[in-house]
Design a protein around this ligand. Structure first.
Ligand code: FES
Length: 96
């Protein structure tokens, strides 16, 4: 799965796979965070981890706007990792 997140003027596609051991985290709106049901890792809306055993943030897919229809396109062949500085790559978000 994928979460399409709109935050601070950017839209990005978070990959819904926990970076601990691969379970699908849930969005807890009342706590404004993603929470993994397997071992309790927690992530901010941005995908950055802040609790539990996971050693790193969620990953993101490439996103773009399809020029003719204006639809959001998610490219699952391209992943971006925060710890490698890849979230600043132009393909990892859409400027709103
Ligand atoms: Fe998510 Fe372990 S798989 S915390």
């Amino acid at each position: 799965g994928v979460w399409v997140v709109n935050q601070e003027g950017r839209l990005y596609a978070l990959i819904a796979i926990c970076t601990h051991l691969g379970c699908p985290p849930n969005w807890l709106a009342e706590q404004n965070k993603f929470k993994c049901p397997c071992h309790g890792s927690g992530y901010y809306k941005s995908g950055v981890n802040f609790e539990g055993p996971t050693p790193r943030p969620l990953e993101r897919y490439a996103v773009s706007v399809y020029p003719i229809h204006g639809q959001i396109v998610i490219d699952k062949t391209k992943k971006y990792q925060y710890e490698k500085g890849q979230w600043d790559a132009k393909e990892s978000y859409i400027e709103l």
